[in-house]
Design a protein around this ligand. Sequence first.
Ligand SMILES: [Zn+2]
Length: 557
Amino acid sequence: MEIVWRTAREGPLVGRSYQHLLHWSITTLQKPQEANKSSMSDNPAIANSAIRVRFAPSPTGYLHVGGARTALFNWLFARSKGGTMILRIEDTDAERNKPELVNGILEGLQWLGVDWDEGPFYQSQRTALYLDAARKLLASGAAFLCYCAAEKYVGGDHAEDGADSAKVRRVARCSCRDGQPSTPGVKPAVRFKVPLGGTTKFLDAVFGEREFSNDEIEDFVLVRSGKGVDRSAVTAQDDRSAVTAQDDRSAVTAQDEEFGQSMYQMSAVVDDVDMCITHVIRGADHISNTPKQVLLYRALGAEIPIFAHLPLILGADKSRLSKRHGATDVNMYRTEGFLPEAFRNFLALLGWAPGGDQEFLRTSQLLEKFSLEGVSRTNGVFDRDKLEWFNTQYLQKLPIEELLPYVEAQLKTSKLWKDEWASGIGHEWFSKTVDLLRPRVRLLPDFASWSRAFFGDEFERDPAAKEKFWKEPAKIKDLLSMTADALAALTDWSHDPCDHATRAVAEAAGVKAGLLINAIRVAIVGQAVAPPLFDSIVVLGQQRVVRRLRDAVSELG
Ligand SMILES: [Zn+2]
């Protein structure tokens, strides 16, 4: 079949149509040699405000790192262009979807700072729309009723795992497509009538022009058969929402009783058309779905959106990211105490580069720089060490007032928070203390564990620190006792007087200042490593420091 892009537009429109996009899209596709990447997303024919993107997770699990990256790229694109972000829950698969998982996905997105303008829309509530489209396709001859046993189609078409691993095999065409049902009397499924011969191509904003032979695309199921003998059980490769049992929620009644659940390709395309999606930004594992969807758009007489497939995310060993590489659930990173902006920065660079060497990019900078042209075809590698590096960068570099709410939340969780730190002098103290601690903090919970002694009086002195810096207990006991007296006598509680008084004690006792400083650190904060001692002494306050030194003296016997 010859591909004629214009004819696709002649059929009835399922959704609104963007004539200006249509014109541009045809021009570009007819002249692929002139099509360059920048023309695709910066096309002046698309008013930025008309840009509409969607994130469409299936609630079959948690928000995976890969899904979060897809959501973020859609969000960055929409927000940087003044477009609209839509959230759609693809929950037509009643067997695999769990409604309670939707909350986890929404929470993950909220934590990540990815918000949306429309939705969430639930596909399980939109069945009528898909069946309506199926009837139109049957009426126009673009689809047919198939009565064949599922085995006939088992194996699917291009059984691909990733974009580059297509294992192409010839596919079956059954006689049903020519109006000769193989098994009359059973309930039929609706299949798409893929053109015989020819190719289907599309222009991908990342991967360029892609072309698929129609003979390698099976007549995929649009709508499964209704109750009764189910002839439409298809393989997972054919459709990610394939199931073997009937979905009661999407089963229809009365005049539609012969039809069952709408399949992924159908629901996704009908929704993208209905929601006027202009750019489909999603993982490269969807490239194999795209020719089917392009055929569907055309058959529906709908505008074909711009596709932008994102490279895969791999683990450090270059295999596809999975649980054995560590947590893949975004909410785990929230629990661990990563800052959302650090996580955003890290995720944004998984498959996108702004050009130049700069890696620390605040979200405002990501929004300034993000473009589909910057999306790489090379798979990104999820490197936990790099993520931790980003987190420490954000802990150190964020304006302190932006960091404080996260520390406050952490201290509240750990029951260390005091309301007096919320305002006035208390807030100044809190701010100064967090600022002092943050160069040595790796994750938010460190504020409540490693630096616990700064926020509360109940803390333990680390045995390893004692062993290292309280080697001669009798001597240390005398030194700390003298220091407590010296510091108690001070009238000016600031850095230099504390420093001088302490060094005077060391000098009088004939020991190195370093030895005393280390011993004091263990006594007052319980750790071998802490912020500079005299800064710590100042924020802790005279009363507390002297008391802790005397406690340490008792502890030393
Ligand atoms: Zn058939």
